[in-house]
Write a protein that binds this ligand. Sequence first.
Ligand code: OSB
Ligand code: MG
Length: 374
Amino acid sequence: MRIDAIILRELHLPLVRPFETSFGVTRDRRILLAEIRSEGLTGWGECTAGERPFFSAESTDSAWQVIVNELGPMLAAASVEHGGQCSRIFYKVRGNRMAKAALENAIWDLEAQREGVSLSHLIGGVRDVIPCGVSLGIQSSIPELMNAIEKELAAGYQRIKLKCKPGWDVEVLEKVRSRWPGIQLSCDANSAYKLRDADHLVAFDAFDLMMIEQPLWHDDFYYHSMLQKRLQTPICLDESIRNRRDALASIEMESCRIINIKLGRVGGFSEAIAVHNAAQERGIPVWCGGMLESGIGRSHNIALSTLENFTLPGDVSASARYWAEDIIEPAVTVTEAGEIVIPDTPGRGYEVKTELVERLTVRKETIKALELVG
Ligand code: OSB
Ligand code: MG
């Protein structure tokens, strides 16, 4: 495909409510969108880097620089037909996976449109609907959390994930589990604990959790494998899994029994599919994580979640949980059964509200294709 232009934008989008994790509070998102124009079609990608480099080393600003200075010009100069070729085009740039994913995923979107198929179909998805869960941030009180859970369960969500940290864990889990003995419940520590907290973490086994997500260091497999030996509750790795090799290492070392796949964290669809396949071949279930995405990143997550081994509910939930007005049309909604129905129109299946995007844009740069010879 001929790349006519790559347009990078930063949008400011306030969350409908603050989201608190063990590493901080997010109120307003600075969202980077990559729009790639090719032969009359437009593909969209979203960079899932956070505002600050706290979840991973990348941030909105670092990704902007890397896309404008390195990845954008590389892609514009390359001849690319498939999203799967992007990792080769970007091979000289180390890391910066969220920046890479923004561009690669836009190429997959373009490819699906060009082939006249849904993105889900293009990647080999097998589901018409996907099961959905919610991730609930740390709240200012337990009663507030109870109200939030009540609301999400009433909306149909199939699994509740609670963000936790020392001081917001055992008591919270105990209260939630005793009020809702039968729900699918999990927690996510975002690396808030150390191996010396193992005795404390063993106490989580009393709450019949589906999993405890990333309890230890963001880049660790070894200590997680030592911890997993002591826990009945399955460990799920998020931050630690950057690629297929990490998935293989963590499975081999028994550092986890479940893997969270995030498109940005692994660098885009190709690597996400590779992680999915590696896990599937070894009997490890996966689910799709979220990074407080706008509708564009969300629509990519929805497509990814249709792969066969995404058997557990993901952190893929309705637009209205995040935004007063999403930048896609229709907004993402969840049925009473806690499912998202997969669109079957070409590409991502949700239109971009281009006027709204333009209005919310605070920074914009066009990376033009280099002159082609002949
Ligand atoms: O660890 O899964 C995480 C949000 C920001 C950074 C990291 C995480 C999260 C979430 C929210 O849990 C998932 C979502 O609803 O988008
Ligand atoms: Mg997580």
